[in-house]
Write a new protein. Structure first.
Length: 261
């Protein structure tokens, strides 16, 4: 396929037993008022009604499959393998585009900045109800490498990643379960060419993450910093202990409130 025939954007959704929210996700992509994109769905072998719902939309999909995989990173990589777009966006199965103009709003920015590694917008946190409520203000602001070393400031469901960057740094690391995108963008190093565009891209449902998962994510972020030699071991040591103590105090506070309540 010649580059002129390739879509500008590949939207990829990975899912597993996502019957509660997958329809809203699918509809938000298919209803986009923009034509120069393709939609790929990677299902990890769902046993609920997820695949039945996907089949209702399969005529609108460039590719989809349902089969067991080795985890989220592997599913991401399977999606990228099928993608033909110049820019890749991952939209989680329980998230959905903020409106039908999202891809159109970003299209000119993507075309005008082919040298960027990633261009990202904002996410709006919403509740997990059938009719979600907005929580807090939209998150996302101009990229600063020193801030990125302390926390992930590139909201994954709002980031358009250049396919050339993916080819340069390689596939998602299957050794990571949660901090997958953080480790991935750390590979760009201090010269990561990231651009912020102030548009809300997606509504992201919050909640449903256990304390154990938050702890795993925290440790994986520290592991990624060390593996990619993004900063000194001294910084990782002290910052890691600070994060662990802060999480411990927060958990104690939550338990105290539950007991006193």
């Amino acid at each position: 396929m010649d580059d002129t025939d390739k879509p500008l954007i590949s939207v990829i959704t990975v899912c597993l037993n996502a019957e509660d929210y997958i329809r809203q996700c699918l509809e938000s992509v298919i209803d986009q008022d923009f034509a120069d994109y393709e939609y790929i769905v990677i299902d990890g072998g769902s046993t609920d009604k997820t695949t039945e719902i996907i089949k209702e939309f399969e005529q609108e999909l460039a590719y989809w499959h349902s089969r067991p995989d080795r985890g989220l990173s592997h599913a991401f990589n399977q999606g990228v393998e099928q993608a033909k777009g110049k820019w890749i966006l991952f939209l989680n199965s329980d998230d959905y585009f903020a409106d039908s103009q999202v891809l159109y709003k970003f299209s000119s920015v993507l075309r005008d900045n082919p040298d960027k590694d990633v261009i990202f917008g904002q996410i709006q946190s919403v509740s997990r109800e059938d009719t979600p409520r907005n929580l807090k203000q939209p998150y996302g602001h101009p990229f600063r490498w020193n801030e990125f070393l302390r926390r992930d400031t590139i909201p994954h469901p709002s980031s358009f990643t250049n396919i050339n960057f993916i080819r340069r740094v390689g596939a998602f690391d299957e050794n990571y379960r949660i901090a997958i995108d953080y480790e991935f963008f750390l590979r760009g190093g201090e010269k990561l060419n990231a651009m912020f565009y102030s548009v809300v891209v997606s509504n992201m449902r919050v909640g449903g993450v256990s304390r154990a998962q938050r702890r795993i994510c925290q440790e994986e972020c520290l592991k990624a910093l060390k593996q990619r030699q993004a900063c000194s071991y001294m910084f990782i040591f002290f910052y890691g202990n600070y994060l662990r103590v802060r999480m411990f105090i927060k958990e104690i506070f939550v338990k105290f409130r539950m007991i006193s309540g």
